[in-house]
Design a binder for this molecule. Structure first.
Ligand SMILES: Cc1cc2nc3c(=O)[nH]c(=O)nc-3n(C[C@H](O)[C@H](O)[C@H](O)COP(=O)(O)OP(=O)(O)OC[C@H]3O[C@@H](n4cnc5c(N)ncnc54)[C@H](O)[C@@H]3O)c2cc1C
Length: 308
């Protein structure tokens, strides 16, 4: 565990605060189970829906309004909703262990409901090098690159903080930002300049190149394309849920959808998946249905573990 990370224990961990995750939370929290819901940076697809007219019992409502109702109901039954993106899954053991930037969460059961939006990898070959130079967590993996050349790709205070942390480890750090100005307090920008961190603005990483590990990246800005040698790329924005789950041993199909049975069980015991990430109906009602089924199975497992 890193010094910045705190440990949290829960009975039910639900990853994703969309219709599937929140429906599951309503059931597990109402059943008096300690329920923690993680809400990632990516928006729930429902937040993008202008008007929902096909969710039974709701004639017409905007997506954000409907989502706020789900949240209120889940919290009303005692669920805790916490901001945080999962950057590593440890699902093969009992209890499960899931890592975010700031927390290590230990849970008896896990329901994954991370949807399908915003998780697609944006950089060519990003998937290929996860764990071989591509990381989503400088705090977790930075120490492997002490004294080496690293790139941090992001545009907010987290990216600058990670760049500073890597610099502290003796890395030669370049911060690549796709915006004109990094979104962070001036003091952080100043600290980055003082510590000799190179910042490339208005620049995107197009692809990652290497034999078995990251060796260089292709960047593109208004001035054109270029190559940059690096040992690692820390991507501080989206987290591709599918690939991380696969690395944790969860079976996906060819479309990167999590494979579940009718009880929403994955191939790993005590790990359930619900909603758009199973590529079911891709609707609010189906996500809710799957979330509820996952919750019922999770509750059954908790009772079985307790011999009830
Ligand atoms: C424009 C638009 C309009 C739509 N209109 C309708 C409609 O009219 N009717 C209808 O039934 N459906 C509609 N849909 C589809 C519907 O919104 C989705 O089917 C539904 O939201 C899926 O729910 P979900 O819980 O599976 O995922 P999502 O709602 O996408 O929620 C995913 C959650 O997972 C979180 N997350 C992601 N990655 C991580 C991570 N690494 N760590 C922690 N949390 C993470 C996200 O922050 C989010 O909270 C629409 C979708 C869109 C985009």
């Amino acid at each position: 565990m890193q010094p910045q990370q705190k440990e949290i224990q829960t009975e039910v961990l639900i990853i994703g605060a969309g219709p599937a995750g929140l429906a599951a939370a309503i059931y597990t929290a109402r059943a008096n189970r300690k329920t923690l819901v993680l809400k990632g940076k990516a928006k729930s697809s429902l937040e993008l829906a202008h008007a929902v007219e096909n969710y039974p019992g709701v004639e017409s409502m905007s997506g954000p309004e409907l989502l706020a109702k789900f949240e209120k109901q889940a919290e009303g039954f005692g669920a805790t909703i916490m901001q945080g993106d999962v950057i590593e899954y440890g699902l093969g053991y009992d209890p499960k262990m899931v890592t975010t930037r700031g927390e290590i969460i230990i849970s008896d059961v896990v329901i994954v409901a991370t949807g399908r939006g915003g998780h697609k990898t944006q950089i060519e070959n990003e998937d290929r090098f996860i764990g071989s130079g591509v990381s989503y967590c400088a705090v977790c993996d930075g120490a492997f690159y002490k004294g080496k050349k690293v790139v941090v790709y992001g545009n907010d205070h987290e990216a600058v903080e990670d760049a500073l942390m890597l610099k502290q480890l003796g890395c030669d750090v370049t911060l690549v930002s796709y915006c004109k100005k990094v979104k962070c307090p001036e003091s952080l920008r100043e600290a980055a300049r003082e510590r000799g961190i190179t910042i490339l603005h208005n620049t995107r990483i197009k692809s990652i190149i290497g034999e078995t590990r990251v060796e260089q990246i292709v960047i593109e800005s208004e001035e054109g394309g270029d190559f940059l040698q690096t040992d690692a790329v820390f991507i501080i924005q989206h987290v591709p849920a599918g690939k991380l789950l696969e690395r944790a041993g969860v079976n996906l199909n060819q479309r990167d959808c999590v494979i579940v049975n009718r009880e929403q069980e994955t191939n790993l015991e005590g790990v359930y998946a619900a909603g758009d990430l199973t590529c079911g109906g891709m609707q609010v009602a189906t996500a809710v249905g799957e979330g509820v089924m996952a919750a019922l199975q999770a509750l059954k497992r908790l009772r079985a573990k307790e011999g009830k």
